[in-house]
Write a protein that binds this ligand. Structure first.
Ligand code: AP5
Length: 195
């Protein structure tokens, strides 16, 4: 079983590249951002609570997202592997994920971190904010708050996986296809090792 974390700041291309990876490698995509937006769309109590944080560019509390991921892992016992997108975002989430996967006798294979300059992140997100209805892309203040949350709370997750030699940086600026080629090489290498 291959389990990937696609890591990186807001706007680094995690969602864009996940869509291509699941098509090519048949992994199950688990995006906490998408799951939360689904809850918001359905106006569930969880969604309404999460929205208060998301609209300000702040992280939703750990227990909420860990609970969502735990349910999804339980609901998909036959998956051939997972790609985690936007999770884990804190060291507590990473530790919880390790435990959940260990219960299923598996583990994270590698963390692929998309490296993109900050001015490019801001440009991409504000650009998407012009055409999408994501409130957290609509203002420069909220976009910058998301990047600050990333530096304060999410960047340390890199150390958690680097300790185990599972953290790899990948150049995340360039065309979508160029970046996908770089990610595919990493995944092919991993699959080669697994054979
Ligand atoms: P989430 O939905 O995870 O958003 P994010 O990581 O902040 O940012 P994005 O998903 O917008 O970026 P991405 O890296 O996926 O890039 P994308 O491919 O979309 O989280 C949203 C919120 O939910 C968080 O702020 C938090 O409140 C909450 N949340 C979610 N998970 C949580 C967790 N685990 N714990 C606590 N809270 C959580 O691309 C962005 C744009 O760039 C697109 O328009 C795309 O078309 C464009 N683009 C992509 N690649 C390229 C390229 N190579 N060149 C040019 N443009 C590109």
């Amino acid at each position: 079983m291959v389990n990937l974390i696609l890591f990186g700041p807001p706007g680094s291309g995690k969602g864009t590249q996940s869509a291509k990876i699941i098509d090519k490698y048949g992994l199950l995509h688990l995006s906490t951002g998408d799951l939360l937006r689904h809850e918001i769309g359905n106006k569930t109590p969880l969604g309404l609570e999460a929205q208060k944080f998301m609209d300000q560019g702040l992280l939703v509390p750990d227990e909420v997202v860990i609970g969502m991921i735990s349910s999804k892992l339980d609901a998909n016992p036959d998956a051939r592997g997972f790609i985690f997108d936007g999770f884990p975002r804190t060291t507590a989430q990473a530790e919880a994920l390790d435990k959940l996967l260990a219960l299923k006798k598996t583990a994270i294979s590698v963390v692929l971190s998309l490296e993109v300059p900050e001015e490019e992140l801001i440009k991409r997100l504000l650009n998407r904010g012009l055409t999408s209805n994501r409130p957290d892309d609509a203002s420069e203040d909220v976009v910058k708050a998301r990047i600050v949350e990333y530096h304060n709370k999410t960047a340390p997750v890199a150390d958690h996986y680097a300790k185990f030699g599972k953290f790899k940086k990948v150049k995340g600026d360039g065309t979508v296809e160029e970046i996908f080629d770089l990610l595919s090489k990493e995944i092919d290498e991993l699959l080669g090792e697994k054979v």
